[in-house]
Design a protein around this ligand. Structure first.
Ligand SMILES: [Zn+2]
Length: 70
């Protein structure tokens, strides 16, 4: 499956950036209370165009968007 250009751009975005228009939330938001006193959240998304899946984490400032491998 080819990754679409919007997803390729998404990989490079920081955690504070919004998902692109074809990314749809899957599953519930996961909230972690740990080393970060205020906790952080993870949310999974799937692209409606190319089916790529991302996890968005507020725990990482630079690379908040992680593409699922395989
Ligand atoms: Zn895509």
């Amino acid at each position: 499956m080819e990754i679409c250009h919007l997803c390729q751009d998404q990989i490079k975005k920081s955690a504070s950036r919004k998902p692109h228009k074809d990314l749809v939330k899957i599953d519930e938001c996961r909230i972690f209370i740990g080393r970060n006193p205020s906790g952080h959240e993870e949310q999974d998304y799937q692209c409606a165009v190319c089916q790529s899946r991302f996890t968005h984490s507020t725990d990482k400032n630079d690379l908040g968007w992680t593409l699922w491998q395989g």
